[in-house]
Design a protein around this ligand. Structure first.
Ligand SMILES: [Zn+2]
Length: 244
């Protein structure tokens, strides 16, 4: 459990920002939330506040493949065949990343685990990924997500983004910048969003229950205004790390 003091290893990666004074416990954080819950924004806030590296599974998977590491090559074989990379390989890549020196004071895991099986595999290979972690779960009202995401529009011509309610173009259906036609991506159609939310809920239900029953789940209403959600998230993690 005790961290062994080691000489600082040379590291080419950008150092994680220093944690603010007063934060003592290593912040091992897992961020959960359905599509449209605003995870990206909250991940940034957590990384800044606790001075931990942001470990996004998609990013490190791509990095391992690009670097051609042994496990990266295994993953690439699946990706080349258009198949999903198996959990065991993702766990290997994640645990390899979490052993890097910049993770010694904690980390923020984003996008993983997403199922009970993945969580069990992770806990088997990473110290502190179980009871030592704090799980921030951004809970959202599905219909609010549908409303927000389904309002997005893109310009066919220049790619500019709009929102029918929050950032409407001055002329309906036309791009302000180039006059191009605005359209809705298939991913932003209400039926698609509902399906993705349902899938996420099904995959993560047992996972969330596991974390809740262990008392490490920090459940935050993610629907409100960004600033308020951020304060709720940071406050909950701070209290939890200080044992309060
Ligand atoms: Zn345009």
């Amino acid at each position: 459990m005790a961290a062994v003091k080691k000489a600082k290893a040379p590291c080419s990666a950008k150092p994680a920002p220093r944690a603010k004074a007063g934060v003592r416990a290593a912040a091992k954080l897992i961020l959960l939330g359905p599509p449209g819950a605003g995870k990206g924004t909250q991940a940034e806030a957590l990384v800044r506040e606790f001075g931990v590296p942001h470990i996004s599974t998609g990013d490190i998977l791509r990095a391992a493949v690009k670097a051609g590491t042994p496990v990266g090559r295994k993953a690439k074989a699946y990706m080349d065949r258009g198949e999903l990379v198996p959990d065991s390989i993702v766990v290997e890549i994640v645990s390899e990343r979490l052993r890097q020196p910049d993770c010694s004071r904690g980390w923020l895991l984003d996008g993983f685990p997403r199922s009970l099986a993945q969580a069990e595999a992770l806990e088997g290979s990473v110290e502190g990924a179980g009871d030592g972690a704090r799980v921030v779960y951004l809970r959202v009202n599905p219909e609010a997500v549908v409303e927000r995401l389904s309002g997005r529009r893109l310009c066919r011509n220049c790619g500019a983004g709009y929102h029918v309610r929050f950032m409407p173009p001055s002329k309906e259906g036309r791009c302000d910048k180039c006059g191009g036609e605005l359209y809705q991506r298939d991913d932003d159609k209400p039926a698609t969003i509902r399906t993705r939310l349902e899938t996420y809920g099904r995959q993560t239900a047992e996972l969330i229950e596991r974390y809740r029953s262990r008392g490490i789940l920090l459940e935050i209403a993610g629907d409100g205004e960004v600033q308020g959600v951020r304060e709720a998230v940071l406050g909950a993690v701070r209290r939890s790390l200080s044992g309060g």
